[in-house]
Write a protein that binds this ligand. Structure first.
Ligand code: FAD
Length: 538
């Protein structure tokens, strides 16, 4: 199989044009092309009047060696790499001990799935409820202002990404093609097949809920066991090694291999781990606001007259600005055609994030506009960043009116530094509601200054970005984990606690669904190899 990259065709080309482009590029007769599949399809929208599709293709040809020889020196023709996933281990039938996976977000899902596929029959502990029940609780905050601290946007089956845009791309290095394994398993669980090849795949909330249920069923079929509403409260240590876990209901589970995939919002668990002496260090994260514009404005700016083309879908953007006070400001988790959501997991706090459905056809585009925060901004102990987040989330709750409304301001007023009193052409989507006013007190002044400057700068890249009526909703704090639960690069175990595998976003080793899932695979492999080794010794 040959891989052909950078094949460009107009947006509205025919299938025949694609075949013609392949044979022309390879210099072969049509009859010598046996088959072709699309490995990746992106687009080049730099020239709005002539947006093109850009393909990477896997092609089967007659006499591959000859074609390869004649393409020698052409860097866009090569042998297609083998991207199939290979298991690193298989559990022996007599293996009595079972690994435990704490948390069933993307990282825990893939750690559990891979362990189950290798025969290790993991036990999965998840503090939240099964996804259907959890969905009701999550809507309880959005519709009725009722927060369940154990079942919400952050906690429960499926993890933090369940009510999301379901963006699946990542910039992490992936030399072993684990990302393909993730996409393959998602498609098996009923994700849209196109995620295998579109350059920026996304799934959307409703479909994610169903996929999570199917993946749970598959893990159970392979011998995995689930315990929902089972919060890990404490860890049992024996001479620097994990010996077991204590659950909130008072029960104890004996185990010597624990994948800790708890996400970035498990602040009580972070405290427990720190108190037990597990090595934890502060790490940078970002804070800011969500911004909402009409999606049509973003579409027109990015796609010109091709806006609305079904292949292009709703347009996204990615923006970065280096502010004069030295702070970096960037767009985060952009959700085309989506809604801003209440994403707190703690009472008395307000946190924003964004989600969408697969169709991405809501009226507004939203994205976080966030500022880099480093441990120098909150000096102190390793959990000081987490407390810093909490302090600002509580302030946002207060500014919103103390009823889970989020504080908001129109972009024009924010730039002019005057409070907002009424919405204009952009209606905010955040539920339960937005309380207009002055966002100045909602973030540290250096962050406010940097965002104010960035909004004007972003307008030079997307005309209308700083339009008066665009809405800012505060505050975005859970952009990534404020800590790293440091692990050994080779064994992937905590640097001071054997048998503990900190993983995914909460441990500081991922940012987003895809990278968390990939980390879950890596850690599952490390656990499996260690369990086989322990089995041999024991
Ligand atoms: P999580 O998904 O946070 O999962 C951790 C799990 O551990 C949770 O289910 C939690 O209940 C459980 N847990 C925590 N503590 C305990 C304990 N003590 N005992 C038992 N269980 C515990 N990323 C993208 O890539 N694309 C997007 O479009 C996107 N949109 C998002 C939208 C929203 C609204 C949110 C909140 C996040 C979004 N993200 C998105 C980020 C993404 O969801 C996270 O990066 C990802 O879920 C991290 O995966 P994880 O498995 O490491 O942790």
């Amino acid at each position: 199989m040959l891989r052909l990259t950078d094949v460009q065709l107009p947006l509205d080309h025919t299938e025949d044009a694609l075949v013609a482009a392949i044979v022309a590029r390879l210099g072969i007769a049509r009859g010598d092309l046996i088959a072709h599949t699309i490995f990746r399809r992106g687009y080049d929208a730099r020239k709005k009047s002539a947006i093109s599709l850009v393909y990477t293709l896997d092609v089967e040809v007659r006499d591959e060696a000859r074609v390869l020889k004649s393409a020698k020196g052409d860097r866009q023709v090569s042998v297609a790499p083998d991207t199939d996933y290979k298991f690193v281990a298989q559990a022996p039938a007599e293996l009595a001990s079972r690994p435990v996976v704490v948390g069933f977000g993307p990282c825990g899902i893939f750690a559990a799935l891979i362990l189950a596929q290798m025969g290790f029959r993991p036990i999965i502990l998840e503090r939240g409820k099964v996804v259907r029940e959890r969905t009701k609780d999550t809507w309880g905050l959005w519709r009725k202002r009722e927060l369940n601290p154990e079942s919400n946007v952050q906690f429960g089956e499926g993890g933090a990404g369940t009510f999301s845009d379901g963006k699946l791309w990542t910039q992490v290095k992936d030399p072993k093609f684990y990302g393909r394994k993730v996409l393959t398993e998602f498609v098996k669980a009923d994700a849209p097949p196109e995620i295998m090849y579109v350059s920026k795949p996304h799934i959307g909330t409703f479909r994610l809920v169903k996929m999570v249920e199917l993946m749970r069923a598959e893990i159970e079929r392979l011998g995995g066991e689930f315990r929902f509403e089972s919060k890990v409260d404490d860890i049992v240590l024996d001479d620097g090694c994990v010996a077991g876990l204590k659950l909130a209901d008072g029960s104890e589970l004996v185990t010597d291999h624990v994948v800790l995939a708890i996400g970035h919002s498990a602040r009580d668990t972070f405290r427990m781990l720190h108190a037990r002496g597990i090595y934890v260090e502060a790490k940078p994260f970002s804070m800011g606001f969500r911004i909402e514009h009409p999606q049509s404005l973003i579409d027109a700016c990015r796609f010109g007259s091709s806006a609305g083309h079904p292949i292009l879908g709703a347009a996204d953007y990615k923006l970065v600005h280096h502010a004069s006070n030295g702070r970096g400001v960037y767009s985060f988790c952009m959700c085309p055609g989506g809604t801003v959501v209440a994403a707190t997991s703690e009472p008395g706090r307000v946190v924003t994030n964004g989600m969408s459905q697969y169709s991405r056809n809501e009226r507004n585009a939203n994205a976080g506009i966030v500022v880099g925060i480093t441990p120098d901004d909150y000096p102190g102990h390793p959990l000081a960043g987490m407390e810093f987040q909490q302090q600002w989330e509580a302030k946002a709750f207060e500014l919103g009116g103390g009823n889970y409304n989020a504080p908001g301001q129109l972009v024009g007023d924010f730039i002019a530094n005057k409070p907002s009193t009424q919405f204009g052409t952009v209606q905010p989507s955040y539920k339960p509601g937005v309380t207009l006013g002055d966002l100045n007190p909602s973030l540290p002044s250096y962050a406010i200054d940097a965002i104010r400057e960035a909004l004007t700068a972003f307008d030079r890249q997307i005309k209308g970005f700083s339009m008066h009526d665009a809405v800012l909703t505060g505050i975005e704090t859970r952009t990534s984990s404020p800590i790293r639960i440091k692990r050994d690069d080779r064994t992937l175990q905590s640097i001071n606690t054997q048998g503990l595998y900190p993983a995914g976003e909460g441990a500081g080793y991922a940012g987003g669904i895809m990278s968390a899932a990939i980390d879950g695979i890596r850690v599952a492999e490390a656990v499996a190899l260690s369990m086989l080794e322990t089995g041999k010794r024991g």
